[in-house]
Design a protein around this ligand. Sequence first.
Ligand SMILES: Cc1ncc(COP(=O)(O)O)c(C=O)c1O
Length: 383
Amino acid sequence: MSLFQVYPLQPIAITKALGSHVWDDKGTEYLDMYGGHAVISIGHTHPHWVKRIEDQLHAMAFYSNSVIMPIQEELATALNKISGKQDYQLFLCNSGAEANENALKLASFHTGRKKIIAFSKAFHGRTSLAVAATDNPSIIAPVNETGNIIFLPFNDVEALTACFAKQGDEIAGVIIEGIQGVAGIYEATNIFLQTIRALCDKHGAVYIADSVQCGYGRSGKFFAHDYAAVNADIYSMAKGMGNGFPIGGILIAPSIKAKFGLLGTTFGGNPLACAAALAVLEVMEKENLIEAAIQKGKYLIEALKNTKGVKVVRGKGLMIGFEMETGLEDIRKFLLNDYKVFTGEAKPNVIRLLPSLSISTAEIDLFLKALTEASTQILNKTV
Ligand SMILES: Cc1ncc(COP(=O)(O)O)c(C=O)c1O
C-alpha cells in the first residue's frame, strides 16, 4: 500500500535527534532551525522528557476519561502556574486543530450564537470549524463551507469595530493568533488585541487566543497574546506542549462553565501525553527557557538584520520570519543540501525559524554563518 501523497517531502529520512540536531539514516548531521514545525520546545529527545514518558509507560499507558486522572490535575496546576492564568480550567485533546475546534464550539455553546470572526491569512487547523476559520479556500472542503465565519483584515481596528457595531449580538467569538505563523510571521498589534478584548466584553463574545504555534514560551512570554496585557477567554495550545508527543488543550476562563458531556475525547489527556507535557513544563522552568527565548531571539533577530541579502526580519523570541532580497528557494536548498540546516518557509517569500527554545548561541552562530555563505553563493550566481 502506498502513502496518501499529501506532503511534498524532502528526500531525507531522519532517524535520530538530540537537542537542536537531527541525523539521517546515513549518519549525516543537520541543525534543526525548524523544530519540526515549532513542535520541539525543549530540544529533541530531552533526557528528562524521555524518562518521564518511559516511567509513565511502565506504570500505566492508558485509561479512559471515565476515571480520576491525577496526572491531568497535576498538569492543570502546572499550567496555571507557568501561564499566570490562575483560575482557568483545562480541557485536553490531541492536536492544534482539535483544540481550536473545541474552543470555537465552546464559544458557540457559551453564547448560544453562531458567528465567528477570523482574520485574513489566519491558519487555525484542518478540522471542520477550524478550517472554515482558516483563510485558505484551497484547503476548505465544500462540506466545511459555512456562512458563519466572518473574515476581517488583520490588525484593522476600524473594520473590527464596525463589524461588532453592525452585528455584535450575533458574534459568538473572535479567534486570532498572537503571531500569525503559517502566514509568514505577522504579529497582532497590542491595540488590536486590546480592542478585541473590549469589544468581546461589550458584546458578550468570547476572545479565543490561538496559541498553537506562538504559545508555550516561543515568543518570550508563555502566550504571545500576553504582550497586549489583556486576558483571552480561551487559549488553544498544542505543538510545543508535548515536544513531539501529540497533545493539545484549551485553557478556559472561569466565566465559561462546564457541563457533563459538553466536550469529550477518547485519547485527550491520556497519561503518556500528560507525562510528556509535564516534562516540558518542568524543563522550561528548570532551564529558564522562556527567558532564553527572549535573549536568543533578540540575538538572532539583530544578527539577521545585519546579514547581507536579508531584506526584512519579523517576529518575537524564537518565532522569526525573514525575507531575502533574491533567491529564497535557492537559499533554503543551499542551507539544507550544502550546509545541513533545516529551515521552515511561508509561501511565497518568507523563511521561518522555529528552533528549540534550548538552542545555544553557538548553534545560532552556526546557522548565521551558513546563511551568510549560502547568501553569498546566491549573490555570486546572480551577478
Ligand atoms: C496557529 C495554528 N493553529 C492551529 C494549527 C493546527 O495544529 P495541528 O496541525 O496540530 O492540528 C496550526 C498548525 O500549524 C497553527 O499554526
